[in-house]
Each structure stands twice: as C-alpha cells, then as structure tokens.
Design a binder for this molecule. Structure first.
Ligand SMILES: Cc1ncc(COP(=O)(O)O)c(C=O)c1O
Length: 398
C-alpha cells in the first residue's frame, strides 16, 4: 500500500472531538450527555437569514466570485464601521469559514519552516492549519493565574529569529475567554512594528464581550495596517456554523492578491451561505441583544457555579463563550474520559474538552478543562451538578 504523507501523520486529530466515541457509547447506553466540549451554539439562526434560503429564487446555483459577492462585502463595510474598523469592500475576501481564512493567511504569508508565535492555550486548529502550510507554531504560555493575560513581550522576543514571520492572537480568546486590553494590544503593535511581522488576529467572537472593557481590533492599531490579517466568521455571530462563511481582511494589497490566487484555485466560497450571511447582516438589534444577554447570563452562572465546587477554579472570562477551569484532578484527560465511560449521575454525564489539547507543551493544562457554555441555562444547571458529583466520586475512588 502506498504510504501516507508525513504531514498527514503529523496532523493532529481534533482534541474537541477526540472523546466523541466515548460520548457515543454513553448515549448508546441511554445516558443523557451534556455537551460542554464544543463551540456549537444552540441559539436559533436569525429569521432574516433563514428566510433568505426559504425565499430563494434562483434557477442555477452557480459559482460566486472567488472573493465573494460584492454586495455582501459592501454590507460588511457597514458592519465593521460599527466597530470603528475602517475597511473597504476591496479589503475583504470571503472565505469558506474563518477556517479557510486562517489556512489561506498561512499559505500566503508563510514559507515551509517559517515560524509564528501564538499564546497558548490556543484554538487547536491553528496547529493543524500551520502543519497544512508547512509552518511551525512556537508558543508563549499564558496562565490561569493571570486569567490568561498576554504573556510578557520579552517571552515573545526570546522566540523571535530569522524564521519568525508573525504573531497570531485570538481576541476575545477561544479557549480562555480572555480579552486583550488596549495596553496589551499596543505592546503587540510595537513588537510587530519593531520586527516587521504579520499580526494574524482572529476576532470571530467580537460580539461576545461581557465587560465594560473596550474591544481593540488589530485593525485599530495605527502604524501596522499593512501587517495585519484579520480573520472573521459568521459562524458564532449568527449561529451559522453550517453555512461556512468567513472573511480574511487585510489592507496589504500584495497579500490580498496572493490570497486571491488561493481563492481562485478553490473557485468560490459557498453560494447559499453567502446569501444567508448577507441577509443576516440585516438582523435586528433586538436579536443581537437577546443573544448577548443569554450568553452573559450563562457565563455568570457557569463561572459562579464552577467556583463554588470544592477545588475548582475558573477565572472570569471576558468574552467568547468558553472558560478554562482548573479541576481537583491530576489528569483531566483521564477524568473527562472517565466521565463518559465509567460515570453517571441519575442517567446523565458531562462531555468536556481536556485543556491539554489546547497546549503544545504536553505538561501544561493537565488539570484543566475547557467548558463551552453553549447550552440553555436549565441544561447548564444540570451539567454543573453532574460535574460536581463526578468530581466527588472520582476523587473518592482514588
Ligand atoms: C477562534 C476560532 N477561530 C475560527 C473558528 C472557525 O470558524 P468557522 O466556522 O468560521 O470556520 C473557530 C470555530 O470554532 C474559532 O473558535
């Protein structure tokens, strides 16, 4: 049999889905499994978006332009202006989800062997996309003790060498929920300028910021406009994960032209998704406010409850819909697997993502889990009770 590629072998399996077979068996045994492991929102997609497909009047489901429909990109200009992000329709390239935006950004900016620096814990698929592009991810560690604040610039600087091409941040952050402050963003700006690096900034969670702190986009930073590559998506914003629409935004014309070659090769972003996403930009303020309040309420409930469980600690996430919690267990991978394979409380159990999957250093995050608060409050209440009971039983057995 011909051999699989080295790259294919190196490609990590999703840490979020790793335990899925155990969850399937738990369900097959009749258990109710609370999914705290995955960022799939349970919020209904806006009606304006759904109606756009319901009322679709097209004879041909054709390719769209490789960079997406102009009408969609023009509406996005308005959307971004609400966040004081000044871009033109030409700066925006529509991609197949934020995922493809990350991949194309790496493909267009990085040579095989080039390095980018990422604060960890980090969204695990960055590693997978870096491997796809032949690039190398180096990490600086943010810790639960600081609430996952940006590590000191000296730690970034120590890693910078002739192969370093960029820094990647996710803001607000998945998996930590951290929101970078103006001071932190300014420090990053200075570093980017000093070494003339790319700043890849994944801002797909900008709608979900729960503190009074301002949201500082990488595109707000003055003096590095040509270095910034913004990654965006409608997946979380409108609960439209399945339509696969994202954006790569950059003011760097040469980079845009390069990204376009990748876009042309894959012909077109999804047609129907663009129609839905474009219509969704007309969503009511009320919808967005209700969604926001729902997440805020869930966040407050989950974090408060976690911190009341003996031995558990969660910092207060400022944004997104995740938190990393420290549990009183020595190995969260084992504990998460045990919850699915050997535990139940009144016919229920919990599915959490072990945080080890978000770190590159195998020694980090061993007693941490990522919890996504994408379930209704009543479900979260039950899930938190199940988690408390699981911890009691797990530690009694030891
Ligand atoms: C931080 C972050 N970036 C990008 C993505 C990819 O989103 P999309 O569905 O647009 O590909 C996700 C999805 O979970 C995410 O959490």
């Amino acid at each position: 049999m011909p051999r699989i590629s080295e790259r294919g072998i190196e490609m990590p399996a999703s840490p979020i889905r790793k335990l899925a077979p155990l969850s399937d068996s738990a369900k097959a045994r009749g258990l109710k499994v609370y999914h705290l492991n995955i960022g799939q929102p349970d919020i209904p997609t806006p009606e304006v978006g759904l109606n756009a497909v319901r009322n679709l009047d097209r004879k041909i489901l054709e390719y769209s332009p490789s960079d997406g429909f102009r009408s969609f990109r023009e509406k996005l200009v308005n959307y971004y202006s609400q966040f004081k992000i000044n871009v033109s329709a030409d700066d925006i390239i529509i991609t197949t989800g934020g995922s493809e935006a990350v991949l194309f950004a790496f493909m267009a900016c990085l040579n095989p062997g080039d390095e980018i620096i990422v604060p960890e814990p980090a969204y695990a698929n960055y590693m997978a996309f870096a491997i796809s592009a032949g690039a190398v991810i180096r990490t600086v560690v943010s810790t639960i003790e600081t609430g996952f604040a940006l590590p000191p610039m000296e730690e970034f600087e120590q890693l910078i060498n002739e192969r370093t091409k960029g820094i990647l941040i996710c803001n607000p952050n998945n998996p930590t929920g951290y929101l970078y402050s103006r001071a932190e963003m300014n420090k990053l700006r200075d570093l980017i300028r000093k070494y003339d690096l790319y700043l890849f900034s994944d801002e797909v969670y900008r709608e979900f910021i729960y503190t009074g702190s301002p949201y500082i986009s990488a595109l707000h930073l003055v003096g590095i406009e040509e270095n910034v590559v913004l990654i965006d998506s409608v997946s979380k914003r409108y609960s439209e994960c399945g339509i696969r629409e994202g954006m790569l935004i950059t003011k760097n014309k040469q980079l845009r032209q390069t990204v376009m070659k990748f876009c042309q090769a894959r012909l077109s972003p999804p047609l129907l998704g663009q129609i839905v996403a474009e219509a969704s930009l007309g969503v009511s303020e009320e919808y967005m406010r209700d969604v926001y309040e729902e997440y805020l309420d869930r966040r407050n409930y989950v974090v408060d409850t976690l911190n009341r469980i003996p031995g558990v600690y969660s910092p207060i996430p400022m944004g997104a819909f995740y938190t990393i919690a420290r549990l009183p267990v020595d190995d969260a991978d084992k504990f998460c697997a045990w919850c699915l394979s050997d535990f139940e409380y009144e016919g229920q159990t919990v599915f959490m993502a072990p945080a080890s999957g978000f770190y590159t250093d195998p020694d980090l995050g061993r007693n941490e889990v990522r919890i996504a608060y994408v379930l209704k409050k009543e479900e979260l209440q039950k899930a938190m009770l199940v988690l408390e009971k699981a911890l009691e039983e797990y530690n009694r057995k030891k």
